[in-house]
Each structure stands twice: as C-alpha cells, then as structure tokens.
Design a protein around this ligand. Structure first.
Ligand SMILES: Nc1nc2c(c(=O)[nH]1)N[C@H]1C(S)=C(S)[C@@H](COP(=O)(O)OP(=O)(O)OC[C@H]3O[C@@H](n4cnc5c(=O)[nH]c(N)nc54)[C@H](O)[C@@H]3O)O[C@H]1N2
Ligand SMILES: Nc1nc2c(c(=O)[nH]1)N[C@H]1C(S)=C(S)[C@@H](COP(=O)(O)OP(=O)(O)OC[C@H]3O[C@@H](n4cnc5c(=O)[nH]c(N)nc54)[C@H](O)[C@@H]3O)O[C@H]1N2
Ligand SMILES: [Mo]
Length: 570
C-alpha cells in the first residue's frame, strides 16, 4: 500500500476482478494465488480461458505456476534486478508507451539510468532466470493492449518491500497499463477485510477514507463530529510499536484480532518484549498464545459470521456482512466492547446499531459517501471511491492520467529509480540454505482459526527441501531434522519437494505450537512499511543424531539456475 500511495496517492489496487477476465497478459509476481487467493484465482482462470497469457514469477514452482504459460523461477530477493531488466529491455526494444510516459509520468531519465546496468545477461546471472524468459515476459507485457500486474507477499515481505513494489509499478507506467479498463496494478490483500481496516483508518498516518492525520481541515472535521481533539502526528506501525516496547517507551498494548506472539518475526524476541509490558489486553475469538500472556482477555464474537457489518476486498468492493449464527454466551461484538470501553472512560457514544456507525463514516469519508446499506445490498457491493448517492465511478482507478487536456491529469505518476539490494540475512558456510516461508491451502496464518478442528487434509508442519539437498545431507523423507538460523533452532520432519530448487527450503507458520518457524525468521524490516523480511532467512539443516551432512559450500546454493519451462495446467 505504501508503494501505491507513493505513486498514486491512494493505497488500493487499481482494477476490478472482472477486468482480470478481460485482459491479454496477467503477471502473478510473488503470489501463490491458487493457494492463498483461490477466489481471485478463478478470475485468472477465466481470463486464461478468454485468451490471456499468464506469467508467474516465484522462486518455487507453485500450483499457481502450473497454470502459467511461463514460470520465471527467480532467486529469493532478486525481484528488482528482474523488474529492471524487463524495464530496460522494453525501453531498448522501443516498446514503451512514449506518449503516456511523456504526458503522464515523471522521472523517466533517472529511471532509464537506473535500469541501464540491468542487461538480460546480468539479470540472468543475479536472478537465475534465463535471459530468453526475461525477454519473453518484457515483450509480451509491453505489446499487450491490456496487462495486469498482481503481487503479494513474495514482493512485500522483504526489508526493501516498498522498493520491490515500486519496481513493478514502473513496468505498468512504462507501458501505460494503468487507468484503463483491463489494465492495472493489483496487490491482493491478505485477510478478508484488511483493505477495509486500512480504509477505516486502522493505519498510523490516516483518518478514515485515507485522509491525512496532518491535514488540519480533515482533523477538524473529525474533531467536530467526535467532540474530541486529535493529536496532529502520525502513530507507529506494528514494527515500530515492537521497537518502542523494546525501548520501554511504550508500556501497554491492546491487541484486537492478532496473534503477534506467533506471527512476528524472531518470535523468541517478540515474546520477551510482550512479557516485558506493564499491561496487555487481548480481544480475540480464541484464547491465543498472545492472549495467554495478557493481563486482560476480552472474548469477542467472530466478525465474519456472528456480527453485522461490512467487509472490503482487494478490488475495493465494500460488501454487507451478515450475522449467520448466534455467538457463544459470554462473548461480545468487537464494536460493543469498544463502545463499552469508551463509556467507562467517560465518553457516551450513541450508536444504536452498526448501520449508524457506517452512516457516520459516510458523512466523514467522501469516498464512502454514496454507499448506503440499502445501496450496498441492491448492487451486491460497491467499489470505492463512491462519492455520490446516485452515480457509480468506473471500476478502475486513475483514469485521469489519460485525460486529453494535460491540466486534467492531476498529479503525474513518478517512475522510481530504486536500487537492488539482496536479503539482509546473508548465506554463509554456517547458514547455506535460503528459507522462505508462506502458506498452504488447507491452513490459515498462525493456525488459531484452522487448527481448532482436526482435518485429514492437514498433516502438520514439514521442512520442504529439494531431494538433492536431502541426499547431500543424508536425510530420508519424513526424518526429523534440526533447522537453525542466526536467531534460534527448531525441529521438523523433512519433506521432499521437486518444486524447490536446490539451496531453497520452504516452511509455513501454520503450526507454531509444534513447529514455530518464526523462531528462525529475521526481524529485519522495511522502514517505509514496517513489513518484516519473512521471505528470506538463512538456515542450516542438520541430522538430529549429530552427523554432519556434506552441504556447506555456499557455491552449491548460489549457482542453482532454474530453467523457466512452459508448463501445462494441472
Ligand atoms: N490458505 C490460505 N490462504 C491465505 C492465508 C493462509 O494462511 N492460508 N493467509 C492470507 C494472508 S494474511 C495473506 S497476506 C495472503 C498471502 O498470500 P501469498 O503472498 O500468495 O502467500 P505466501 O505463500 O506467503 O507467499 C507467496 C509466494 O511468494 C513466494 N516468494 C518467496 N520469496 C519470494 C521472492 O523473493 N520473490 C518472489 N517473486 N516471490 C517470492 C513464495 O514462494 C510464495 O509462493 O494469503 C491469504 N490467504
Ligand atoms: N513466517 C511468517 N510469518 C508471518 C507471515 C509469513 O508469511 N511468514 N505472514 C505475516 C502476515 S501477511 C500476516 S497477515 C500475519 C498474520 O498474523 P496474525 O494476524 O497475528 O495471525 P492470525 O492467525 O490470522 O491471527 C488473527 C487473530 O484474529 C482473531 N480473530 C478472527 N476474527 C476475529 C474477530 O472478528 N474479532 C476479533 N477480536 N478477533 C478475531 C483470530 O482468532 C486470531 O487469533 O502473519 C505474519 N507472519
Ligand atoms: Mo497477511
């Protein structure tokens, strides 16, 4: 979101799902949508059926990659090198959209200078992706009438995640693939309402509707409505909060719907920090590991099935969410808990129902003004912005960049001359294997919501490695091994996976009670977004009986160059 906000002023995906079905080229970059966004992936499949080409850029040959015309299996953390090589090739072949670049963007000369060094050959050496495959993606993307760039955590969960995002947005700007029907830039959001949370102001620098906390007029509007004063300063994001707690500058924490004791990187350190707090409150629908460390636990109802409200998805569509079942006795709606808390702090909030909360938002956030509950139901959801009660905006954002009259184009979109940097946690003789972490289809995040009920689909955590590495280490399939990083050490059974290149290992964070992968991950994070480098830790793998395997030479892991082969759908 930070990258998009930097370029366009608004932190939201620019397209609608139906445009994914109506486009010529789809690039899925650092996203395993078939597993993590299966509904969105159905729109991709419809797009493919309608003739779109799919490119997948991922170090692992994921189940999403199996549907691709071309999989580009790059080395972890080399995305900017690859994106710059694509940009350079597009410019060198004269395929960029000159009129759009000149009329609607800024910074082209600096960008061209930054990508100049990224020849196809150099990019192949750094990323491991063959020059031919890079050229093919560059030409397909640039010559397509409409193209969609979609990404998720493979891009953002790095210490330079925002620069990664900017390097992808550059490619869309270069080719004019934004602000038009069928062409766009789409970060897929993680949880069902993470977009809505941000839109409502649950980010440290914005009021609801992305209105800046430092904007005096915006603040005053909210102060009058709420009858209070709002400090004119940006708050801390999660990572900054942990740093402040570590410095003892922040001494109390109120956690709603998050399990940081198991989801934070370097969890041994994170738990120490939480234990050092003077006071912690956890409001959750389960008694999580974090809740067990809390002084007060507030049992909440589940927003998605036990409460009324709205959710907002990755295409910025606000939808009504209905109560389907009664909540267990003793729990209360999240909003009820907050209203009660305000009352005990001396503030009477008058909201007879959630619709009245929503209507207050509509009166304060222009982009939601036209979304009455009645209209949300009639239209099956509405995308923001929706400033008016009787009209709808186009399904895509930033059409202004194509205005005939340059004066109507508003703020032009800057190209970003970002530089490539590799992961912080360096590979070495002691830590020769790159560990990347992520998700499986059958489980959800820290497992709180998916592990409560046993499922034959879930067979617990494994360390996934390429069989060549296992052979060098003398490890059998299913054998428990020790996995050690510069932060700590855990044990897990090994699972062989041919979709991983040698030198690359994969684990999830779905079973932290048995195998806590975040003991291993590095807490290095991107200062611009606060996102941790979950996708790139350095580890070693050892047999439990103490025998040392033959892996160790860094060279063995660095030279692995994958061949991007066209593959059929699964
Ligand atoms: N089934 C299921 N679905 C989920 C979730 C879940 O836990 N389970 N969680 C939800 C949440 S909160 C989120 S945020 C989303 C996340 O959705 P995704 O981001 O799609 O999920 P991940 O598996 O974390 O990571 C995506 C891919 O990034 C790749 N990757 C790793 N390092 C790199 C790199 O350096 N470069 C590139 N290009 N790729 C890299 C990994 O191999 C992985 O396939 O999923 C949501 N959906
Ligand atoms: N190693 C590694 N670590 C990661 C990641 C990774 O890829 N690798 N991904 C990161 C990402 S993208 C994310 S989003 C985080 C996720 O990290 P968390 O958000 O900490 O993990 P969840 O398990 O989704 O926890 C959500 C909590 O919200 C509670 N909850 C659900 N619905 C409600 C509700 O309606 N009301 C209330 N009050 N509570 C509710 C659930 O019970 C659960 O305890 O993990 C991060 N950590
Ligand atoms: Mo997420």
């Amino acid at each position: 979101m930070v990258g998009l906000a930097t370029v366009f002023g608004a932190g939201g995906g620019t397209s609608s799902y139906r445009e994914i079905e109506d486009t010529d080229v789809i690039v899925l970059w650092g996203s395993n949508a078939r597993v993590a966004h299966p509904i969105f992936f159905h729109h991709i499949l419809t797009g493919i059926r309608n003739g779109a080409k799919l490119f997948v850029v991922d170090p692992r040959r994921t189940s999403s990659a199996r549907w691709a015309d071309r999989w580009l299996g790059l080395q972890v953390g080399t995305d900017i090198a690859l994106a710059h090589a694509i940009g350079r090739e597009i410019i060198a072949a004269g395929l960029h959209n000159r009129a759009f670049v000149e009329g609607s963007t800024t910074g082209f000369d600096e960008y061209r200078a930054a990508v100049e060094q990224w020849t196809l050959e150099r990019a192949e050496a750094v990323t491991g992706v063959p020059a031919d495959a890079i050229r093919e993606l560059a030409h397909a993307f640039a010559t397509a009438d409409r193209a969609q760039m979609c990404w998720t955590l493979g891009i953002t969960e790095h210490h330079n995640g925002v620069d990664n995002v900017l390097s992808l947005i550059n490619l869309n700007l270069l080719c004019g693939h934004v602000g038009r029907y069928g062409a766009g830039i789409n970060p897929l959001r993680g949880q069902n309402n993470v977009q809505g949370g941000g839109d409502m102001g649950a980010i440290p620098n914005k009021l609801p509707g992305f209105q800046d906390l430092l904007d005096d007029d915006a603040r005053q509007k909210f102060e009058i409505s709420w009858g209070c004063t709002i400090a004119p300063r940006h708050g801390w994001h999660l990572t900054e909060m942990f740093e402040a707690m570590d410095r003892k500058e922040m001494r109390a924490l109120y956690v709603i719907g998050e399990n940081p004791a198991q989801s934070e990187a370097d969890s041994t350190h994170a738990i120490q920090i939480l234990e050092g707090l003077e006071h912690m409150v956890v409001q959750d629908i389960f008694l999580t590991k974090t809740a067990k460390l809390a002084d007060v636990v507030l049992p909440a109802t589940a927003a998605w099935c036990e409460s009324e409200g709205t959710v907002t998805n990755s295409e910025r569509r606000v939808q009504r969410c209905r109560k389907a079942i009664d909540a267990p006795a003793g729990t209360r709606d999240d909003t009820d808990i907050l209203i009660e808390l305000a009352r005990r702090l001396g503030h009477e909030w008058h909201y007879p129902d959630v619709e009245s909360i929503w209507n207050e938002l509509r009166s304060l956030s222009p982009m939601h003004a036209g979304m009455s509950y009645a209209r949300l139901v009639d239209l099956g959801g509405i995308q923001w912005p929706c400033p008016s009660n009787d009209t709808l905006e186009p399904p895509f954002l930033h059409g202004r960049l194509w205005a005939q009259d340059p004066r109507d184009r508003g703020r032009l979109a800057p190209l970003s001359a970002v530089a490539w940097e590799g992961p912080v946690d360096l590979l070495s003789n002691d830590f020769p294997i790159r560990l990347t972490t992520g998700r499986r289809l059958d489980s959800y995040n820290t497992g709180v919501q998916s592990s409560a009920i046993a499922s034959p689909m879930r067979d617990g955590e494994t360390l996934d490695i390429n069989p060549d590495d296992a052979m060098r280490l003398g490890i059998e399939e299913g054998e428990r091994v020790r996995i050690t990083s510069r932060r700590g050490s855990i044990e897990a059974p090994a699972r062989f996976d041919l979709d991983l290149r040698p030198g690359l290992a994969f684990m999830t964070f779905h079973f932290p009670d048995e195998v806590d992968v975040n003991v291993l991950t590095i807490e290095a994070n991107d200062p611009k977004s606060g996102t941790a480098e979950f996708k790139a830790s350095a580890i070693r793998i050892e047999k439990l009986n103490g025998a040392v395997g033959a892996v160790g030479a860094v060279g063995a892991v660095d030279v692995a160059v994958d061949v991007a082969v066209p593959v059929a759908g699964d």
